[in-house]
Write a protein that binds this ligand. Structure first.
Ligand code: AMP
Length: 498
């Protein structure tokens, strides 16, 4: 059986149990499955079968999930599309993925029609088309198709803070590997209530949060979007137990003037971008809970995690999860480095993809096979392992600054600057410099009066001279993508020349 059949097998015979809360109403397991069958029937009527690709840029809500489950339950692959993608981006990905059908945002659709990369459906018309569809049996139904765990469930295009996006080919077994391992590591149970505010088009919101909850037979309260007050209200109303966020969410939860009492919560997790230690500490002080930070990427799934039951250490992403092999290696030789040294993180995991779609050279550059046949991902992330086995992520390899021939890791400097009162957020980058090669500079978002000279004095007293920013500028916000990742290339290109 594939992923959908296995989720259903875990639901046993309780079809009436609530599973998804949306717009003031609970959907039962039976209703969600019925809608998924309608989605499967609709895809079939569009002539999509096993191995075909449907692009999904649908509106947030149960129908998004029904199309995802209906597609996977009939062997169709879902091309995950960010809701904010423009016609050019959707057109490129639809063509690259050879999609047969794209369900697209109306604003994208009109522009796409001219290029006609494939069959198109407006996200506005999806509900009506599903209502009218004749249902088809899905994975796990008595007359349903037999789906293999080797089938390709999703194409996840790397978030592309730089460069051309690459399509990660994600099989049912990759998704299931991540979901199963987090089920145990994070203690999911049928009693859990997940309050869900992450995007559904990304592995964090879809696999880690949504499928984690479905796999557990837990309940999910799906919010239309993130807002600190809606999350707090929802946790109180539904006795929420689990919340998953990107660091920006935690930052905003802390910015509420009166932090609410949320005694039902048992687990707050953070990932997709580094969680600054001051945010972790303030959250513990104000909400009485330690955020569990974890690390993962589309190509490998979630692989490193702080523990559920032992100490969580801010500024670290914890230990390798069971079944995951993680090493910090010299970037050039690939030789493992001693604990405490910074190098590239290499990962072997159940979630590791087989390849990037249509890019054999990129696959060979990124995924290597050792003499025992084990496959390894070059993550492109700089990390170090502490003596106790915990990992810290230091930054992206491309973000490392080489100034005067010395390696500077921006995260170290950001951590120091965040300690200065009034500094809310900070991004350190390297910009071209005729003298230094690259010059370290800092972009600061302040939530109170901050004096640049004072900031630099603080940096000088905590950091070696070559790491101290040569220049500090202030901005109202850092440029971020929809997963909360800071887009450092935009800061670099916009930085004025001296
Ligand atoms: P994506 O494939 O979009 O999930 O992005 C994966 C990338 O997000 C990783 O390669 C890291 O650069 C970054 N990332 C994920 N989790 C963390 C974390 N806890 N701390 C720092 N960076 C993270």
């Amino acid at each position: 059986m594939g992923l959908v059949g296995n989720i259903r097998a875990r639901w046993n015979a309780s079809p009436d149990t609530p599973v998804l809360h949306w717009e003031q109403a609970w959907w039962s397991r039976a209703r969600l499955l019925e809608r998924s069958r309608q989605a499967a029937g609709f895809l079939q009527a569009q002539d999509l079968g096993p191995g075909d690709v449907v692009g999904l840029q649908a509106h947030r809500g149960p129908d998004f999930l029904a199309v995802f489950l209906g597609a996977l339950g009939s062997g169709v692959t879902v091309l995950l599309l960010n809701g904010a993608y423009t016609p050019r981006e959707v057109g490129f990905l639809a063509e690259d993925a050879d999609a047969r059908l794209v369900i697209a945002q109306p604003a994208v659709l009109d522009a796409l029609r001219a290029a006609e990369p494939c069959a198109l459906l407006s996200a506005d018309d999806l509900a009506q088309r599903l209502d009218a569809a004749r249902g088809a049996p899905i994975d796990g139904d008595p007359q349903g198709p037999t789906i293999s765990l080797e089938a390709v469930g999703a194409l996840g295009y790397t978030s592309g803070t730089t460069g051309r996006p690459k399509g990660a080919v994600i099989r049912h077994r990759n998704i299931q590997g991540t979901v199963e391992s987090l089920h145990t590591a994070w203690g999911w149970s049928t009693a859990d209530v997940l309050v869900h505010a992450l995007p559904l088009f990304h592995i964090h919101g879809l696999f880690v949060a949504m499928l984690g909850s479905l796999w557990a037979g837990a309940r999910t309260v799906l919010l239309p979007r993130f807002s600190a007050s809606a999350v707090s209200r929802s946790i109180q109303e539904h006795q929420g137990t689990v919340f998953m966020g990107v660091p920006t969410f935690y930052h905003r939860l802390l910015a509420q003037p009166e932090p609410p009492e949320l005694p039902s919560m048992r687990l707050w997790t953070s990932g997709s971008a580094p969680l600054p230690a001051p945010v972790w500490e303030s959250f513990r002080d104000r909400f009485g809970c330690e955020i569990l930070e974890r690390y993962g990427m589309t190509e490998v799934g979630i692989v490193l995690s702080n523990p559920l039951k032992a100490d969580r250490v801010p500024g670290t992403v914890g230990f390798a999860l069971p079944g995951v092999h993680a090493f910090v290696v010299d970037r050039d030789s690939g030789v493992p480095l001693p604990d405490g040294e910074v190098g590239e993180l290499r990962i072997s995991s159940p979630g590791l993809i087989t390849h990037y779609l249509g890019l054999p050279e990129k696959t060979a550059e990124s995924i290597s096979v050792d003499t025992t046949g084990r496959r390894w991902m070059r993550t492109g992330d700089l990390a170090c392992r502490r003596a106790d086995g915990r990992f810290s992520i230091v930054g992206r390899m491309g973000d490392m600054v080489i100034s005067g021939g010395l390696n500077v890791y921006p995260r170290e400097i950001e951590t120091v600057l965040l300690d200065v009162p009034g500094v809310d957020e900070v991004a350190v980058v390297g910009v071209p410099d005729p003298d230094w090669g690259e010059r370290v500079v800092a972009l600061v978002v302040a939530d109170g009066p901050v004096d640049a000279a004072e900031l630099l004095r603080h940096a000088r007293s905590h950091l070696a001279g070559f790491k101290v920013p040569k220049e500090v500028r202030f901005a109202d916000a850092l440029p971020r993508n929809s997963m909360g990742k800071v887009q450092k290339h935009r800061i670099r290109t916009a930085w004025p020349m001296p």
